[in-house]
Design a protein. Structure first.
Lengths: 107, 119
């Protein structure tokens, strides 16, 4: 199985700030990476797939980049509704694996 | 509108069996694989397995092979996740989800079923 490692585990941020989350794969996954957002008590929602393609309805402040083993999710200006846990997931192999998540909390 | 509907809560005792459902709406059920994802209390997400309702071809993650059974009834657009003998360590939220048509990522999620196994 491919191991996905996210950093940091927790990020304390003020509204309006730019946020960068990292995700590293234990081996090359090309651009086969998805990002999800999970708010407390809710199911995850898809933000990004193919490393950089926003899912339907996702605001432009969310962007993804990277390839092979290093990936980034950027939120250009954090809104109040963006405080959540973010997971990366490789979709290159079986079984697909998630990172352990990064919690974005209010500073 | 694509929707996956799951029961909210199931409470069981160790050793009991359980089959949870995932009824889908708003798309052609046979055209998309359905995935099951586990989230243990306070923890992250784990792919358990997937089923192609049209075949039905089924694939399991090694950690879940032999522990659960995934099935589907395309006549009622519903997928299932089943245990024959629950353990306390099966306590978790179980999400059903629609896998993207081409790749192993999820584009729509159910709201999750909280399974609590306690004596």
């Amino acid at each position: 199985e491919i191991v996905m490692t996210q950093s940091p585990a927790t990020l304390s941020v003020s509204p309006g700030e730019r946020v960068t989350l990292s995700c590293r794969a234990s081996q090359s996954i090309s651009s086969h990476l998805a990002w999800y957002q999970q708010k407390p008590g809710q199911a995850p929602t898809l933000l990004i797939h193919g490393a950089s393609t926003r899912a339907t309805g996702i605001p432009a402040r969310f962007s993804g980049s990277g390839s092979e083993t290093e990936f980034t999710l950027t939120i250009s200006s954090l809104q109040s509704e963006d405080f959540a846990v973010y997971y990366c997931q490789e979709h290159n192999s079986w079984p697909p694996t998630f990172g352990q998540g990064t919690k974005v909390e209010i500073k | 509108e694509v929707r996956l509907a799951q029961p909210g809560v199931e409470v069981k005792k160790p050793g009991e069996s359980l089959k949870i459902s995932c009824k889908t709406y708003g798309y052609s059920f046979s055209r998309y694989w359905i995935a099951w994802v586990r989230q243990m209390p306070g923890k992250g997400l784990e792919w358990m397995g997937i089923i192609n309702p049209g075949d039905p071809d089924t694939r399991y993650s090694p950690s879940f092979q032999g522990q659960v059974t995934i099935s589907a009834d395309k006549s009622i657009s519903t997928a299932y996740l089943q245990w024959t003998s629950l353990k306390a360590s099966d306590t978790a939220i179980y999400y059903c989800a629609r896998r993207n048509m081409d790749w192993n990522y999820i584009d729509y999620w159910g709201q999750g079923t909280l399974v609590t196994v306690s004596s």
